[in-house]
Design a protein around this ligand. Structure first.
Ligand code: NAD
Ligand code: GLY
Length: 357
């Protein structure tokens, strides 16, 4: 078993990574686990993992809510349904909310925890690769609005993150690949050695070799923890974690949520950002090629959908990185380094997008 610490003063917490972590959930959280617990999950996940979790919580008062499965349900309707349930079941301020699922469940459950009775304890049990390496760590919680992704939310850190690698066995190949996109992102923005390691272990990772997988998850969590500890509220460094997301969020929103997975959209978004960086002479052609080849090795999309420029612009302008009406882009400047760049002509962005379609 591995542990990664997220150092945020009194809001610090531990990420537990390993096999059979679900069965250990009570033990690893023994000192702080609330008497009243409420699990938020969905039917796809609960069919495998709800009972094993309930089995270790028999000393607690536990209820659960199964939201509908899908990005399109990460919205205010689901949020309101859960709030109704918590209130009608008499949950109080001392309760704890457990997210058991992927990033959709985690983001929604976190926003519920952040706002129910002005904030209650929150525990993340991420069950997709993407949520294990990214969304469960760092405290971003949100729901979508029809006009854009994650437009309503809060920063709210969990008390712990429990990553059970065994849960990945039931994940579809497509959802597994989606998680690899966020892992590649960490190598590009922060750690050239990790990127190099990924290039040399792509085959093992695709086959879900346990040692390779454990290392990739741990290294990703370490990088995310490091970035979040330095810049929890995204005043600077943390923005780099959004590599590919400005374009990716536009793809997700414009194609109606669910058609592209988040990881697929991020992959195509990383290609656009990298191409934009190459075209504006920030990234070398050989580094662009390495990024493209690694995403290709993981069978992730390297082309974006053909959408009119007006659609891209409309969705990109709702991006949270827009400042004073100006688009900001996270661009890789080398393998292991990235920067936030403004002042790029819209015509250049449009031309690069067309080239990437
Ligand atoms: P997801 O939660 O929709 O999960 C993908 C699919 O896998 C779903 O059908 C889900 O039910 C299913 N599933 C989950 N665990 C499973 C398991 N163990 N076995 C079988 N099926 C399983 O998608 P995701 O890729 O996990 O997360 C994407 C979401 O995360 C997006 O909403 C994105 O905006 C958000 N996100 C948030 C952050 C953050 O920092 N908060 C970071 C990245 C992404
Ligand atoms: N996934 C982006 C962030 O957590 O900041």
């Amino acid at each position: 078993m591995a542990e990664v610490q997220v150092s945020l003063g009194e809001r610090s917490y531990t990420i537990h990574i390993g096999n059979e972590q679900l069965a250990n959930f009570r033990t690893t959280n023994a000192h702080k686990l609330n008497k009243q617990l409420f699990i938020i999950t969905n039917p796809t996940v609960s069919q495998y993992y709800l009972k094993p979790l309930l089995n270790v919580l028999t000393d607690h008062h536990v209820d659960f809510f199964e939201m509908r499965d899908g990005e399109q349900f990460k919205n205010l309707d689901s949020y309101a349904e859960i709030m109704d349930r918590l209130i009608s079941k008499g949950y109080n301020r001392d309760c704890g909310i457990i997210a058991l699922g992927g990033g959709v469940v985690g983001d929604l459950a976190g926003f519920v925890a952040a706002t129910f009775q002005r904030g209650v304890d929150f525990y993340q049990i991420p069950t997709t690769l993407l949520s294990q390496v990214d969304s469960s760590v760092g405290g971003k919680t949100a729901v979508n609005h029809p006009h854009g992704k994650n437009l309503i939310g809060a920063f709210y850190q969990p008390k712990s993150v429990t990553i059970d690698i065994d849960c990945l066995q039931t994940l579809t190949e497509r959802d597994f690949r989606s998680g690899l996109a966020e892992i590649v992102k960490y190598g590009i923005i922060y750690d050239a050695d990790f990127f190099h390691w990924l290039e040399h272990h792509a085959a093992e990772l695709k086959q879900q070799d346990p040692d390779a997988l454990t290392y990739a998850i741990k290294r990703s969590c370490e990088i995310k923890a490091d970035v979040v500890a330095k810049d929890e509220r995204e005043k600077g460094l943390r923005a780099l974690l959004n590599l590919g997301h400005t374009f990716g969020h536009a793809i997700e929103a414009a194609t109606t949520y669910g058609e592209w997975t988040h990881g697929e959209a991020v992959s195509a978004g990383i290609i656009i950002a990298s191409k934009l960086s190459e075209v504006t002479q920030r990234l070398s052609a050989s580094d662009f090629r390495r990024i493209k080849e690694l995403l290709t090795a993981f069978e992730l999309p390297i082309h974006c959908p053909d959408m009119p420029w007006e659609s891209w612009l409309e969705y990109m302008q709702r991006d949270k990185k827009v400042k004073d009406g100006q688009l900001h882009f996270v661009l890789p400047t080398a393998i292991g380094q990235a920067d936030v760049v403004k002042d790029i002509e819209h015509t250049t962005v449009a031309a690069v997008i067309t080239e990437c379609c």
